[in-house]
Design a protein around this ligand. Structure first.
Ligand code: PLP
Length: 402
């Protein structure tokens, strides 16, 4: 699908589908149960856990936008992650990135600890660190690209090739980019997982998720498990998410435009040691991101000069960024992964993943870009001022941008 067709399909998802009243926007069906015409005549919808028209519109839209055969809409991103793992059998091997989302890391570790799965965390961004037989005997390869919070880029085509040779499923968590900027099924993935809580809904008022399958067969299996385990999303959440989805393309454009302004400030400020943004030509994954993505997204991380005290001062000095977890909403957020999103990861695992205590992560919203840039500059100025007073040697000691 061309970008234009993709945008039009996003806006018009489900429009014109109400044969009963001709409502332009598909109505919200809250009913938990649906009438059978007769004893042996099962209607298209019978019970809302198994299927619901409102949730169905969202599922159809997500499947179409990701280029999949079908989608299951779930109650959260984590239930989508758990649903994808249902494809595995007890004892199956899973290879996952060492810096995957903290909640995914926690779930995989818990399943590993009780012997349900055998989980290996690897740096999937580096093919040279993965021996040729790295995926032999593996049931599933889990990919998050760009990764959270360091925005590392994994070559989906290359990993899919090797995983296919080994007979492993490939799941890509596409939460950070949305199908506007990356479509992993086109790159060879079997399943795409989303926390729709983020860009797809985009307004920070719904927790939801989705699993999109590349094939009809996988879609049916995933649907079966969604109904069986009861992780299906609610109709009301689906309604809101479909409403949010209509502006996805427009929001992503605004997010990206503001991110360019923010990255400019971060890259030039002496209170910043390190900027992590795949749009920077110096980023190790820049060329790959340019090839595999349709844009660089609106998530940026930065290591500040100093330590936790400076991070604290910085986040409190910001006026237009809320100190909060999550991402992908219209409002700008800042978070401290070590004590917030990745606190459930043991300190050693964070160290291996390269998540420093002085790292902050930004989700750039769609406020006025100049306002965001000015706010950021002022807060960084405060940090550098106090650093200069207390520890002059630390300031700008190692300003390089990755
Ligand atoms: N995957 C990624 C990349 C995430 O960032 C998150 C949440 O932050 C999740 C999955 C889990 O989603 P949820 O919070 O909707 O359960």
């Amino acid at each position: 699908m061309t970008r234009r067709a993709h945008q039009t399909a996003t806006v018009r998802a489900g429009i014109g589908s109400d044969a009963h009243h001709g409502a332009v926007i598909p109505p919200l069906h809250l009913s938990t149960t649906f009438e059978f015409p007769d004893l042996d005549e099962k209607p298209p919808y019978d019970y809302s856990r198994s299927g619901n028209p409102t949730r169905g519109h969202l599922a159809d839209a997500l499947a179409r936008l990701e280029g999949g055969a079908g989608a299951a809409v779930t109650s959260s991103g984590m239930s989508a992650v758990a649903l994808a793992l249902q494809l595995l059998k007890t004892g199956d091997r899973v290879v996952a990135p060492h810096d995957c989302y903290g909640g995914t890391h926690r779930l995989l570790q818990a399943l590993h600890a009780r012997g349900s799965l055998s989980v290996q965390h690897r740096d999937l961004t580096r093919l040279d660190g993965l021996e040729a037989n790295a995926f032999d005997g593996v049931g599933m390869v889990w990919i998050e690209t760009p990764s959270n919070p360091l925005l590392r880029i994994t070559d989906v085509v290359a990993r899919c090739q090797r995983a296919k040779e080994a007979g492993a499923f490939v799941v890509v968590d596409n939460t950070f980019l949305s199908p506007v900027l990356q479509r992993p099924i086109e790159l060879g993935a079997d399943l795409v997982v989303h926390s729709t809580t983020k860009y797809l809904n985009g307004h920070s008022d719904v927790v939801g998720g989705a699993v999109i399958s590349a094939t009809e067969e996988l879609a049916q299996e995933i649907d079966w498990w969604a109904n069986c385990t009861g992780v299906s999303g609610s109709p009301f959440d689906s309604y809101l998410t479909l409403r949010g989805l209509r502006t996805l393309h427009t929001r992503i454009r605004a997010h990206e435009q503001n991110t360019a302004a923010v990255v400019d400030v971060l890259s030039q400020h002496a209170a910043v040691r390190h900027v992590y943004y795949p749009g920077l030509p110096s980023h190790p994954g820049h060329e790959l991101a340019a090839r595999q993505q349709d844009g660089f997204g609106a998530m940026v991380s930065a290591e500040l000069a100093g330590g936790e005290a400076e991070v604290r001062r910085f986040v409190h000095a910001l006026r237009h960024f809320s100190l909060a977890e999550s991402l992908g909403g219209v409002e700008s957020l800042v978070c401290h992964p070590a004590t917030m999103t990745h606190a459930s990861m043991p300190a050693e695992a964070r160290a291996v993943a390269g998540i420093a205590d002085s790292l902050v992560r930004f989700s750039i919203g769609i406020e006025d870009g100049a306002d965001l840039a000015a706010d950021l500059r002022a807060a960084l100025d405060t940090t550098i001022h106090t650093l200069t007073l207390s520890r002059p040697a630390d300031v700008g000691a190692e300003v390089h941008h990755v």
